[in-house]
Design a protein around this ligand. Structure first.
Ligand code: PHE
Length: 453
């Protein structure tokens, strides 16, 4: 059998996984959630959610992937042959494809905005036009579909080149770039008059805003942000060399993800407050509020604000791409493993599938806006179905399998790299307890809360 491709070293693996984790979730949701839910208090909560919930799930996925050196289907088939567990492969394939479909619609909008920023579309003399630009783009019958196609093509191209030449190379080049871009934007944002109000919004701890729903929201955000429950981390971990330390990779990825989310907050909110605008989240924040601010600032410093706009949308496109390639790779590894299809063919098949579902998601802002599934538009339905149900179900099954179906000795052997990883050996008791008891219980709680809400 052909030897499985592995990442060159631990930092390459961390960069690829951090690339998957750092995405739209960090840029358009985290900063807003922090401000809305009590500033620093929310950040502390988010850290706890990451340590007690997300890290154990991350490790469970890593253990399964690295142990078997296979994707979800192959891993389950190897560890529990002939049982229903192999259907996990299908579950994760479906979640990854549904997420990729709507994610690449947003990726497409970002590409469009990047091009607009290059064409100086957010200059001050166009300021009246800017608030309408987004709804015009999103509801247009074909323009967002062209952008979605471009974004998906880029994703497919990177993945087609394979784990080392495609994914690893792209992530290791772009991840440092992302951090540099965000630092430049922070410096600019903080230099604006009145920006300190944005800083206060992010860091002032306000425990009165915290309640049970905040806790569930923090856990859900951390879950999505670390790309859990979809088999992405499992698939990437299957390419980690046997001698690398899984705990180190998990901690490194979680740290990079949290750091980037916080940095994104300091890049965006000071500018928003300096312009005297109420912060929102989601598409409204990046595609309406921020372009408006770029145009407003452009009255006095047109060149600088044009450059910052270009860098900002470039950062969003890159962050979205490093996540979308991980989603596509999850599906590709399934087709290659279960159906024995060649890599390029697998990429083509999944490209076609996600393109179609993505088009439906895109059209749900325009011609198909009246089509509803369970009271949601097609786009919202895909988003809610995956974030609230499929990902949590996946996360539960992964931790349940590692905590209750695998032998403790095997879990220890894999997590500690055969006893070589001193830190993992020392923490094994606690980590195993989190994987076996805490994480599954917490996920069930989130699942039920989502169902009730
Ligand atoms: N973590 C990515 C983000 O924050 C989204 C993602 C979810 C990517 C699941 C892969 C798998 O945007």
């Amino acid at each position: 059998m052909k030897k499985r491709e592995t990442f060159s070293n631990r930092s390459a693996a961390i960069m690829a996984m951090a690339g998957s984790a750092i995405g739209l979730g960090n840029i358009w949701r985290f900063p807003y959630m922090v401000g809305e839910n009590g500033g620093a208090a929310y950040i502390i909560l988010y850290l706890c959610a990451t340590v007690f919930l997300s890290l154990p799930i991350f490790l469970a996925e890593s253990i399964l992937g690295r142990r078997t050196q296979l994707g979800t289907y192959g891993a389950m088939q190897t560890l529990a042959p002939g049982t229903g567990w192999r259907n996990m492969g299908f579950l994760t394939l479906s979640s990854a494809l549904i997420i990729l479909s709507f994610y690449s619609v947003v990726g497409g909008w970002s590409c469009d905005y990047f091009l607009q920023s290059l064409a100086l579309g957010f200059s001050h003399d166009r300021i009246e036009d800017i608030p309408l630009m987004f709804s015009r783009l999103a509801s247009h019958p074909w323009q967002p579909i062209v952008c979605h196609t471009v974004f998906l093509l880029l994703t497919a191209l990177i993945v087609a080149f394979g784990v080392k030449k495609g994914i690893e190379r792209f992530s290791t080049i772009t991840l440092p770039l992302l951090f540099i871009l965000i630092l430049i934007i922070i410096a600019y944002s903080l230099s604006l008059p009145g920006s300190f109000k944005g800083v206060t919004y992010l860091i002032k701890p306000d425990f009165s805003k915290m309640g049970p729903s905040t806790v569930v929201a923090a856990m859900g955000q951390s879950f999505f942000s670390l790309s859990l429950g979809v088999g992405t981390i499992l698939t990437y971990s299957s390419h980690i060399d046997k001698k690398e330390h899984l705990l180190g990779s998990g901690l490194g990825t979680a740290l990079a993800d949290i750091l980037f989310a916080i940095l994104a907050g300091f890049a965006i909110m000071p500018a928003v407050f300096s312009a005297g605008i109420e912060p929102g989240s989601g598409p409204g924040l990046i595609f309406e509020t921020l372009p408006y601010i770029f145009a407003q600032i452009g009255e006095h410093t047109p060149v600088l604000s044009a450059i910052i706009a270009i860098l900002f949308f470039l950062a969003i496109v890159v962050a979205a791409l490093t996540s979308s390639i991980s989603l596509l790779e999850t599906g590709v590894s399934y087709l290659v493993e279960e159906k024995g299809i060649r890599r390029w063919t697998a990429v083509l098949i999944l490209f076609a599938l996600t393109w179609v579902v993505g088009c439906l998601c895109s059209l749900s802002f325009g011609p198909l806006q009246d089509v509803h599934l369970f009271g949601c538009t097609i786009f919202d339905f895909c988003d809610k179905l995956t974030a609230n149900f499929m990902m949590t179900l996946g996360g539960f099954l992964f931790t349940f399998f590692v905590g209750w179906k695998m032998s403790k000795a095997d879990v220890r052997d894999e997590l500690t790299s055969g006893g070589e990883d001193r830190l993992a050996v020392r923490c094994f008791g606690v980590l195993y307890f989190l994987i076996r008891y805490i994480a599954p219980l917490v996920i069930i709680t989130i699942f039920i809360t989502n169902l009730v809400l």
